[in-house]
Write a protein of this length. Structure first.
Length: 257
């Protein structure tokens, strides 16, 4: 049967769609969801990105920043660096606007776990933090925050997970919203950048992580290739992946792919 839609604007309160009666509100919801999908498709495209000419200096805390995380409300920002091997916390008084950022005077030193931290990540409730580093046997470490998003309450969980078997020099990580999938970008050498997938059988519990034997090589030699991938982000319900490169070949350095 062909799809039929009969709409009487302002008169009928139902629509006949493929033999089923559907309220006008249902159709509005359907249209809204499809438009939302179209909007998201554009939003998640880096080809539409423009620089806002907005920035915030963190040089007073860290001179060699290696990782960044912002929580889902856009009000808390965290920086990690290899200069001081420390994670720092900032507040954005205007959500998502880094020009409104200020240092919280809260931090946690991670030197005992790794002397070369490269990335950080938090769970959705802000009571777990994860740090990946390339200095001490290529491991990911887990921390507990007794007060959500408050770094001054963070302590090491004595839980870590090694990724040495997949390669050396991890440079970034991402965990999906359910806490079950973890992705780590590994940079053992130039033009040898791979992203590896892991599963946590108990969400957000690093001690339950196992390697999925799934990887994706993001390096292709030649002009514009990813030479030194530094971080990975997965978005749009797991359908889009983004990689940042700070030293690509062929003069195409410092790009987001």
């Amino acid at each position: 049967m062909n799809l039929k839609i009969i709409i009487f604007i302002g008169i009928l309160s139902v629509l006949l769609i493929g033999g089923f009666f559907v309220s006008k509100q249902d159709v509005i919801d359907i249209i809204s969801k499809n438009l939302e999908g179209i909007t998201k498709f554009a939003v998640w495209s880096v080809s539409t990105a423009t620089y806002n000419n907005v920035n915030f200096s963190i040089s007073s805390q860290e001179g060699t920043s290696t990782g960044l995380f912002i929580n889902s409300t856009g009000e808390r920002m965290y920086i990690v660096g290899s200069g001081g091997d420390t994670v720092y916390s900032y507040t954005l008084s205007s959500p998502w606007n880094v020009s409104s950022a200020s240092y919280d005077n809260r931090n946690i030193n991670v030197t005992s776990q790794d002397t070369a931290p490269t990335g950080i990540f938090f769970n959705g409730t802000g009571d777990k933090m994860y740090m990946v580093g390339a200095g001490n046997n290529d491991r990911i470490h887990q921390y507990n925050l007794t007060q959500a998003w408050n770094l001054s309450t963070a302590t090491y969980d004595n839980v870590n997970f090694t990724i040495t078997n997949q390669g050396a020099n991890p440079s970034g990580m991402f965990i999906n919203s359910s806490g079950e999938r973890m992705y780590v970008i590994i940079h053992p050498s130039d033009f040898n950048i791979t992203i590896h997938q892991y599963t946590m059988s108990s969400p957000w519990n690093l001690s339950t992580a196992t390697y999925d034997n799934i990887q994706f090589n993001v390096s292709v030699s030649g002009n514009g290739a990813i030479e030194a991938g530094k971080d990975v982000f997965v978005g749009n319900n797991g359908t889009k992946m983004y990689v940042i490169d700070n030293d690509a070949g062929g003069g195409a350095a410092d790009r987001v792919y």
